[in-house]
Write a protein that binds this ligand. Structure first.
Ligand code: SF4
Ligand code: SF4
Length: 232
């Protein structure tokens, strides 16, 4: 497969990739570059070479998963490139080809898509207190741990309609609306994408000698040294 030609079929790539003069403005404004060992200028530069091996290495790398998709780079590039859009196209291709399981940050796609899309399809919310646990998110702090343990009282005091019929924040989403959401996933390719992520993740879990439960836990919690600028 010619990866550059494949990327060029993606409308995000067409919009975000023009001639790059390697000025580095995108890297200078990029918030991800401040924390991660990440350089959007290099990504655009590699793609620009059209070197198939180099692009394949990029598709299998950690680096394409560091971008926060904030699009600060899009408004600053003097050549009207959008490195963030190029990254989106690279991520899409990496998932389609199953290359995302070759990197630690890419493998995190599995627990994230499972949790967030599961919430959307089952509850109608992207993040929901019923599935957000302190154990999985100790960074949320002890006050939030307490709030989660007393969520019904807390959300009621804050004026939410937590888990009940009718209008209001955190209300129960009717089944017919959840069915509609599922239908949207089906016709837009979302369901197929989730199945693809699951398929390649299962293959990787087998290769790593793990059950899917172990793989989910491991990919969600494990972070090797070397991702961050401070050497962590
Ligand atoms: S700001 Fe634009 S031209 Fe400059 S390095 Fe980034 S992508 Fe290339
Ligand atoms: S979209 Fe990605 S590459 Fe662009 S500035 Fe934001 S984090 Fe950096």
């Amino acid at each position: 497969m010619n990866y550059f030609e494949e990327l060029n079929k993606d409308y995000r790539f067409k919009e975000g990739f023009h001639t790059c003069i390697n000025c580095g403005t995108c890297t200078a404004v990029c918030p991800a570059a401040e924390f991660y060992r990440y350089d959007p200028r290099k990504i655009v530069s590699i793609v620009q070479t059209r070197d198939n091996d180099a692009i394949e290495a990029l598709l299998k790398s950690e680096t394409i998963w560091y971008c926060g998709e904030c699009m600060s780079c899009v408004t600053r590039c003097p050549r009207k490139n959008g490195p963030g859009l190029v990254v989106m196209a690279l991520r899409d291709l990496s998932i389609r080809l199953g290359f995302f399981t070759e990197s630690e940050k890419g493998r995190q796609i599995y627990p994230l898509t499972k949790a967030l899309n599961g919430n959307v399809l089952n509850l109608g919310y992207c993040v929901h207190p019923e599935t957000f646990t302190y154990r999985d998110h100790p960074e949320s702090g002890p006050v939030f741990e307490w709030a989660l343990a007393h969520k019904k009282d807390v959300y009621e005091r804050l004026g939410a309609n937590f888990g009940k019929e009718g209008p209001g924040a955190l209300r129960k989403i009717p089944q017919e609306d959840l069915d509609e959401l599922k239908a949207i996933y089906d016709v837009t390719g979302g369901t197929e994408r989730l199945q693809l992520v699951e398929h390649y993740s299962k293959l990787k879990a087998e290769q790593m000698g793990m059950t899917m439960e172990e793989y989910t836990e491991y990919t969600f919690t494990h972070c090797s040294p070397g991702h961050f600028n401070d050497g962590q």
